[in-house]
Design a protein around this ligand. Structure first.
Ligand SMILES: Cc1cc2nc3c(=O)[nH]c(=O)nc-3n(C[C@H](O)[C@H](O)[C@H](O)COP(=O)(O)OP(=O)(O)OC[C@H]3O[C@@H](n4cnc5c(N)ncnc54)[C@H](O)[C@@H]3O)c2cc1C
Ligand SMILES: NC(=O)c1ccc[n+]([C@@H]2O[C@H](COP(=O)([O-])OP(=O)(O)OC[C@H]3O[C@@H](n4cnc5c(N)ncnc54)[C@H](O)[C@@H]3O)[C@@H](O)[C@H]2O)c1
Length: 674
């Protein structure tokens, strides 16, 4: 019995249940770590089902199917595969549905994805045979027509209204309502909502649906979407992107602790637990089992606390637990235990940062603390056995112990939750949580109208120079690679960044050098009091291949190569770095790891929150080039703008250059500008 609605129907009338959402990790190591995490969460938390997200336009198709296979086939979890229908070929939709069926998946969350780009269509597709996929309802109808009742179909809904800004009257639940009625009447079996924190909006939403004159929502399962608060910066960004309101009372509680990551997380657990209680009260008005949906962002600690605190974890009878302890699931948990680094050490608590930093990592802070040290995708043979790691047999052989581990308790818990502080947008590339924020794939995060309003219709490369320069100057709020303004720290290198962008080297990230400022410094400071912080300067930018050839020679010249590290790639996947220049490896052949931000604090080891290295650069660069393609789709096929952007994508390189001489704070800029 793997259809979600059948599973719900089999529950007692007063039962509660929940689902957990995961996205396909960007890196092999992230995938391998998620496998272990899923095994642990399945055992400790017992979700009724899990969701696997789908990158808009099919951008994660293969990875989503791999993750869905792991969940459904290997772990035996009832799996709901998300599927979007816009901006991709019908062939891909057909393939995904056929693959899902072949994997035994019985549940699809049928979504629209990004707004359809008018001229986007697979040129090879015979038009008379293809369906029009403009709205999610088109996918619901298509699945019903092609597969009958084989799939249980879910659809999305938005308690505060869908917010892509394309509707003239703005964001409103009332505007969406008739279309939601249509989606359900077209054959949807359950509803999952966008994340929200405004309980009054949710109450109005569920009450309106349940009492709707059409009767469409009288009994349909409605799963409210809840996002654990992983960090201050992340929740601010997610609520902005999802257009969910953060009530003042909740924001005040987070503002009061915003400098302390651990406290933000625990206040977040309180906030989410209170939301669950309030939703319970609203749901008690409708008979039948009550469901909840959690956006995990591939992290386990917060959600485990919330589920335990709110008693949402289902009990299992003792005898079933005894059987379960003999089962393959336990063997899986036992396999997970040895994910202790070879020398058996465990990571310390992640440092407390007060500022949004870039590629955050607990790994570089202490080489002993690596959780995944190699590149092997599965069952790396360097793992210590549980006996070698000093774990008494049977010590995790109960669900209670597994839950404690998911909550970060003890040495095993610290090991399991090593990546629990994804400050900034990009965490450690070894973490399942690494990558773009929602796992919905590369996206501009805005409608065509908004994109055109911000960036107009670029026709020649110098138009792009202007867009980047205006972003550096704060005249436009976003470029396709960054929806945020520059951080205050960038102001001291603004003229250098402008100069680079004016000459057509388009910067997407950077930082100035800092040689020992107090940790309390209002612009550069972070971490505990009485410390000192340091930074190496770096800059990441796109440049034409002809310019790259010249710059490469400069970077690999005898006097420069000692003081810089660089990583460079293009859309075809050609890759060069300072580790492998001229076909030979430098520094003994090992790949470099660059701590570009570090801090020294009383009574602590050196903390290195930002690291640049090959694995994260490569994973990010795929996304970075994908964004050019997304931007091109804003404009009509064959238009000047589309041709310009696609041409750039094919020709340009993305390069990240780090200068090691942080004492000479101008060195990087002299090298690149003069
Ligand atoms: C639980 C959940 C999971 C998600 N998972 C993913 C994912 O895995 N991958 C991903 O890329 N995205 C995902 N999304 C995001 C989703 O793809 C976007 O929000 C998308 O912009 C809208 O999708 P939809 O299915 O709600 O679209 P639709 O139901 O088509 O609605 C989109 C908007 O159009 C309006 N509308 C609908 N029909 C019509 C019509 N006939 N005429 C005029 N207006 C109409 C609606 O009112 C709404 O404002 C998810 C969202 C939710 C809530
Ligand atoms: N090299 C890698 O390994 C790697 C991996 C992931 C992400 N990234 C980069 O990080 C960026 C965003 O990451 P984040 O959200 O953690 O960063 P962030 O928001 O912390 O910003 C990164 C820094 O770059 C500056 N910046 C922002 N826009 C800039 C621009 N257009 N030109 C020059 N500087 C700019 C910011 O002021 C800030 O100091 C991505 O756009 C990407 O360029 C690089």
């Amino acid at each position: 019995m793997d259809r979600i609605t059948d599973k719900i129907a089999a529950l007692p009338a007063d039962a509660e249940y929940f689902s957990l959402e995961f996205f396909p990790p960007k890196t092999q190591m992230g995938f391998s770590n998620l496998r272990v995490r899923l095994q642990r969460m399945e055992r400790a938390l017992r979700p009724l089902f899990v969701n696997v997200t789908w990158g808009a336009g099919g951008s994660t198709a293969q990875k989503s199917l791999e993750l869905a296979e792991l969940c459904q086939r290997e772990l035996g979890l009832t799996t709901c595969l998300h599927l979007t229908c816009t901006n991709m070929s019908q062939a891909l939709i057909d393939q995904a549905l056929d693959d899902a069926r072949a994997l035994g998946i019985r549940n699809i969350l049928a979504l629209r994805g990004d707004p359809p780009r008018a001229e986007y269509r697979d040129a090879d597709e015979p038009t008379e045979a293809s369906e029009e996929f403009t709205w999610a309802i088109d996918l619901v109808k298509y699945i019903r027509k092609k597969y009958g009742s084989y799939f249980c179909i879910g659809v999305a809904a938005y308690p505060e209204g869908h917010g892509d800004g394309s509707h003239p009257e703005g964001q409103s639940f009332e505007h969406d309502l008739p279309y939601l009625v249509d989606k359900v009447q077209a054959g949807a079996d359950f509803i999952m909502t966008q994340l929200f924190f405004d309980i009054e909006a949710y109450e109005k939403f569920e009450t309106t649906l349940r009492n709707h004159p059409s009767g469409a929502f009288k009994t349909i399962p409605i799963l409210p979407g809840l996002m654990p608060i992983q960090s201050y910066a992340m929740i601010k960004r997610t609520t902005k992107l999802s257009h969910a309101k953060m009530p003042d009372a909740i924001m005040d509680r987070l503002n009061a602790v915003k400098g302390d990551d651990e406290k933000v997380k625990m206040v977040g657990v309180d906030i989410l637990s209170e939301l669950v209680e309030q939703i319970r009260e609203i749901k008690s008005r409708t008979p039948g089992p009550k469901g909840f949906h959690f956006y995990t962002l591939n992290l386990e600690k917060s959600v485990s606390f919330i589920l335990e605190r709110t008693k949402l974890i289902p009990d299992i009878p003792d005898e079933e637990e005894a059987i379960a302890d003999e089962s393959p699931a336990v063997a899986a948990v036992q396999r997970m235990i040895p994910k202790i680094s070879v020398n058996g050490n465990v990571p310390p608590r992640a440092p407390s940062h007060t500022r949004t930093a870039r590629r955050q990592s607990s790994v570089g802070s202490d080489p002993h603390n690596r959780v995944i040290v190699g590149r092997a995708a599965t069952h790396p043979e360097w793992e210590a056995s549980s006996t070698e790691a000093g774990i008494p047999a049977g010590s995790v052989n109960t669900r209670a112990n597994t839950l404690a581990i998911s909550e970060g308790e003890g040495a095993l818990g610290r090991e399991a939750t090593w990546d629990d502080f994804p400050n900034g947008r990009f965490g450690d590339a070894r973490s399942p949580a690494y990558g773009e924020i929602d796992g919905y794939g590369v996206s501009l995060h805005m409608s065509v109208t908004q994109a055109v309003r911000l960036w107009g219709y670029p026709k020649v490369a110098s138009d792009i120079n202007d867009i980047f320069v205006r972003h550096i100057r704060g005249e436009i709020s976003a470029i396709p690679w960054s929806e945020e303004d520059l951080l205050p720290e960038s102001s001291i290198i603004k003229d250098k960044l402008e100069a680079l962008n004016r000459k057509g080297w388009w910067t997407v990230a950077s930082q100035p050098a800092v040689n020992g400022l107090p940790s309390s410094d209002p612009t550069f400071g972070w971490g505990p009091a009485s410390g000192f912080v340091f930074q190496k300067s770096f800059v990441e930018f796109f440049l034409p291949s002809a310019d790259w050839k010249i710059l490469y020679d400069k970077l690999t010249s005898a006097e420069v190569e000692e003081v810089v590290c660089f990583y460079a790639t293009n859309a075809k996947g050609d890759f060069v770095s300072s580790d492998y220049t001229g076909g030979s490896a430098r520094a003994g052949g090992s790949e470099s790891t660059n701590a570009v931000t570090w801090g020294v604090f009383p009574g602590k080891e050196i903390v290195t929150p930002t690291i640049i290295e090959e694995v994260s650069f490569r994973a990010w660069s795929e996304e970075a080039f994908g964004i050019w393609a997304e931007w091109a789709k804003v404009y009509g096929r064959g238009s000047d703008s589309q041709k310009l952007l696609d041409g750039i994508r094919e020709d340009y390189w993305l390069v990240n250059i780090i200068h090691h001489d942080y004492v000479d704070t101008d060195a990087l800029w002299r090298l690149l500008i003069e």
